[in-house]
Design a protein around this ligand. Structure first.
Ligand code: KG4
Ligand code: ZN
Length: 354
């Protein structure tokens, strides 16, 4: 049996099945070529990992294995699409936790092989990068080139997105990823894991000006990031209170002050990055931290005064999901960029290597 060969420019009209298993979300979606969502399902493993205060790779892999097959058959049934009618199968093949990547890509390859479909090994970061181009998300379609601010639990970088598979890194974090900083500060403040969403809720009732936390690298040339000093400053402030004596007011003020510091730093770094990306007028924010309303607001304001636009997908498409994987599959298949079935999943896989 030979796989149908797709040439660049060929019409890819059928829906694509997308699978995401790179971290702690088991997700599957069926998306048609016009961006119409035919079915979508997402199972968060937060409850499985919360007792450990972070993702336990072995637990994640086992949970993906337990739930992915039924999730996939469920979305296919809901979409009313037979496997043979798919234009292709796309699965996150990296970067991420290897156990989950093996589960997701293994199932995707099996389906592709059994039904003679093209397989697309999707880079998770590229999926975040291209989500903004999903038809119907923004009033004006998001066109290349644009500057991507990718802010998630494992990544914090500014990337010039020139085209599908063409990325230029402008800067990245020197220590922690920004989502990691949210999670660690959340833990310091006694919030449940993951800290980001809980910290945003707590910060809503806090005073962002009470604690003058540092703004690492603010105003410095380039667009690298650093968050460990900021995290340490919060830890030192928390340590000034005897264990158990941190008031709800102080915790909320610390959350708000930390969030404000992060937002100001991100806005400053993006303003520098845009100067490095000559002629680019649009910034796209993506990744879990881009779901944060205070950060979106700060970024919007900083770009607006410079006459630049910000686009951030709706929060549920900023955090990990399978629609972004299916959409990346469409973007790639349209260019004839399918993958060989022996493509091995990669725990590390920088965008710039695409
Ligand atoms: O993109 P994502 O779902 O997974 C990765 O690829 O890492 O991002 C998860 C990260 C976590 O660190 C989480 O705490 C953070 O994004 N996050 C947030 C918010 N929602 C998720 N951080 C700040 N504010 C939020 N609302
Ligand atoms: Zn992600």
């Amino acid at each position: 049996m030979t796989k149908p060969k797709i040439e660049p420019g060929d019409e890819v009209s059928g829906p694509i099945l997308g699978i995401e298993t790179s971290c702690d979300e088991t997700a599957a979606a069926v998306l048609d070529a016009n961006g119409l969502v035919l079915a979508e399902a997402l199972l968060s493993q937060v409850g499985d990992h919360a007792p450990y205060g972070g993702v336990v790779p072995e637990i994640a892999a086992r949970a993906h294995l337990a739930h992915l097959p039924s999730l996939v058959s469920g979305v296919m049934r809901q979409a009313g699409v037979a496997y043979a009618e798919l234009a292709g199968v796309a699965a996150t093949a990296g970067p991420g936790l290897i156990g989950g990547l093996i589960v997701g890509t293994g199932l995707a390859k099996g389906i592709a092989l059994a039904h003679n479909l093209p397989y697309v090994a999707v880079n998770h970061l590229e999926a975040h990068a291209l989500t903004a181009r999903l038809p119907g998300l923004s009033a004006e379609p998001v066109q290349f080139p644009y500057l991507l601010l990718l802010v998630s639990g494992g990544h914090c970088q500014c990337v010039l997105v020139q085209a599908v598979a063409r990325y230029r890194s402008l800067g990245g974090t020197l220590d922690d990823a920004v989502g990691e900083a949210f999670d660690k500060v959340g833990k310091l403040l006694g919030l449940p894991w993951p800290g980001g969403p809980a910290l945003e809720r707590l910060a809503a009732s806090g005073n962002p000006e009470r604690y003058p936390f540092p703004r690492p690298l603010l105003g410095r040339p380039g667009c690298n990031f650093s968050f460990s000093g900021l995290k340490t400053a919060v830890a030192q402030e928390v340590a000034r209170h005897p264990p158990g004596s941190l008031s709800a007011r102080a915790a909320a003020d610390m959350a708000a002050s930390f969030q404000r510091a992060v937002a100001e730093v991100l806005a400053d770094r993006v303003a520098h990055a845009i100067e490095m990306a000559e002629g680019v007028r649009l910034v796209v924010a993506a990744g879990g931290v881009a779901a944060n309303a205070a950060i979106r607001h700060e970024l919007f304001a900083a770009l607006h005064v410079r006459g630049l636009k910000l686009f951030a997908p709706p929060p549920r498409l900023c955090t990990d999901n399978a629609l972004m994987v299916a959409w990346a599959g469409h973007e790639r298949l349209r260019l004839g960029l399918s993958s060989a079935l022996d493509f091995e999943p990669r725990p590390r896989w920088p965008l710039t290597s695409l």
